[in-house]
Design a protein around this ligand. Structure first.
Ligand code: ZN
Length: 286
């Protein structure tokens, strides 16, 4: 149940990788250094490590902050996101909500990026005027808001994007740690437990951007680049079976699962990133 090992500095780590990618695509650095990156791939991991260390030194590990909002009667996900001025998709992914009608009264929602709990005006069905909603006898009891308030016409303005088709499971096993904030720590992926040596498979066609064990805490790690700006990360491997520059097909075995790095037991730490941003893998897996 390790969630600490990979939290050494995932954002900084990936920033290094994405930084390298951006440098490859946009020639805003010295041609000299760019050609070194392109022509001497063996140096890539060293460069990435250097980036990580540099970013760490400059900025430290950026710990995500936020508050917990207790859902009250009539509050919709759309209204809550709007009140806090956060992306409804972020709220959904941080709270494993793939269906926005399924939030419940009394539920605690993590609101990423917010510093304080705000008042959220409840949804009032058309014709109800501005009268306050009378307290329910069963106030506080968890129940779905779906049946009473559906349809929320206002919610058509915000919707949750779920792409279950985009990736396939890299390994079958129990999820022992989810995406989001757990016990005050940000977890940028999911942890899937399986036996040491279990094949780890590419979640989609892609190119190997990173394959090394040079990042403290991560152990043997692979990063694949996919179309549409997506990346997937596979960490704590026992051994990596691909190298930087390889192209892999969806389902290809790229590593063997292990507990390398800072892991308390064998599991795969799996991340999905769109551009630089960590995304909830469960929104992209069948
Ligand atoms: Zn993890």
């Amino acid at each position: 149940m390790n969630t600490t090992g990979l939290e050494v500095c995932p954002r900084v780590f990936l920033s290094g990788v994405m930084g390298q990618e951006i440098i490859s695509n946009f020639d805003f650095r010295s041609p000299n250094l760019k050609s070194k990156i392109v022509n001497r791939k063996s140096q890539t991991s060293l460069l990435l490590t250097a980036y990580c260390l540099l970013f760490t030194a400059l900025y430290g590990c950026a710990i995500s902050h936020g508050v917990y909002h207790k859902v009250e009667e009539g509050q919709t996900l759309w209204r809550i996101a709007k009140a806090y001025e956060v992306d409804i998709q972020d709220v959904a992914e941080f709270n494993d909500i793939t269906d926005m009608t399924q939030i419940q009264e009394g539920q605690m929602l993590f609101i990423p990026g917010s510093w304080r709990v705000l008042k959220v005006e409840p949804y009032r069905p058309p014709g109800s005027g501005d009268t306050k909603i009378a307290p329910k006898k069963n106030a506080g009891k968890k129940r779905s808001l779906t049946s009473k308030h559906k349809p929320f016409s206002e919610e058509s303005e915000g919707r949750i994007i779920v792409e279950k088709w985009r990736f396939s499971w890299p390994v079958k096993g129990a999820i022992i740690s989810y995406f989001g904030v757990r016990n005050g720590k940000k977890h940028d992926g999911i942890d899937i437990a399986a036996a040491t040596g279990t094949p780890v498979k590419a979640a989609h066609d892609g190119e190997v951007m990173f394959s090394n064990d040079s990042l403290r805490g991560y152990g043997y790690t692979i990063i694949l680049k996919h179309k549409d700006g997506f990346f997937t990360v596979y960490a704590h491997n026992e051994v990596n079976l691909v190298k930087v520059g390889d192209t892999v097909k969806r389902g290809a075995i790229i590593a063997k699962l292990g507990d390398s790095g800072n892991a308390s037991g064998p599991h795969l730490h799996f991340e999905v990133r769109k551009d630089r941003k960590p995304r909830n893998p469960l929104f992209f897996l069948p």
